[in-house]
Design a protein around this ligand. Structure first.
Ligand SMILES: Cc1cc2nc3c(=O)[nH]c(=O)nc-3n(C[C@H](O)[C@H](O)[C@H](O)COP(=O)(O)O)c2cc1C
Length: 184
């Protein structure tokens, strides 16, 4: 698939078929994530794949509650991938402090998108979830206190192949050449 097609085809999938995802495909996605660039090549990430049915349900239940239920669809996804931020390398931490930039979160975003784009090539759909009970997830999986769970990525075969129109700002609103000049 052409890269430009991959980018267009990737969308947040919130309805999944009741069909397991082959671990081989999950591994391809993780390999794409592993190859992502990072500040000082720090690779400040790790991944927990949850495909055990019971555990998956328990984790999915940490992404919504009775009041805020928009992530309830995660119950349907056959796989959840937790994206954890590990301690960045010494130089990345120094760089972040000196330059006042959260390099590790930039890195996490890049690896997450690598994973999601590879999923499209595998015929899979994903949705990144940033809204969940992190403390609850960490307790459930015995994740050490200093490690953050940044994202939960739902993964599975999409119910529909239809590509929804992308709601995005116009290019004039986000791009200028040679000076800061945006049309609001
Ligand atoms: C950091 C991050 C957190 C997100 N959290 C959620 C979430 O908790 N629940 C959800 O349904 N979608 C979540 N999304 C998906 C966005 O809503 C979605 O990417 C955006 O609306 C653009 O739509 P598209 O992915 O279909 O192109 C998240 C996306 C990102 C990048």
């Amino acid at each position: 698939m052409k890269f430009s097609d991959l980018v267009k085809k990737r969308q947040s999938v919130r309805e999944y078929l009741d069909k397991p995802v082959e671990r081989e495909k999950v591994e391809h996605c993780l390999e794409a994530a592993r190859l992502a660039p990072s500040a000082n090549n720090s690779q400040p990430w790790s991944f927990i794949v949850i495909d055990d049915l019971k555990l998956k349900e328990a984790v999915a239940r940490k992404t919504f509650d009775r009041v805020i239920s928009f992530n309830r669809f995660s119950l349907q996804a056959p796989v959840l991938i937790l994206l954890l931020s590990e301690r960045p390398s010494f130089f990345s931490r120094i760089g972040s402090a000196v330059k006042d930039k959260q390099f590790n979160l930039i890195d996490i975003g890049i690896t997450a998108e690598h994973l999601c784009l590879q999923a499209v090539e595998e015929g899979l759909g994903t949705c990144m979830l940033g809204w969940f009970n992190e403390r609850g997830v960490k307790k459930l999986l015995n994740i050490p206190s200093q490690i953050r769970v940044e994202l939960i990525i739902t993964m599975g075969y999409p119910v529909s192949d239809e590509i929804e129109p992308k709601e995005r700002k116009e290019i004039n609103q986000i791009r200028s050449y040679n000076s800061y000049e945006l049309q609001k």
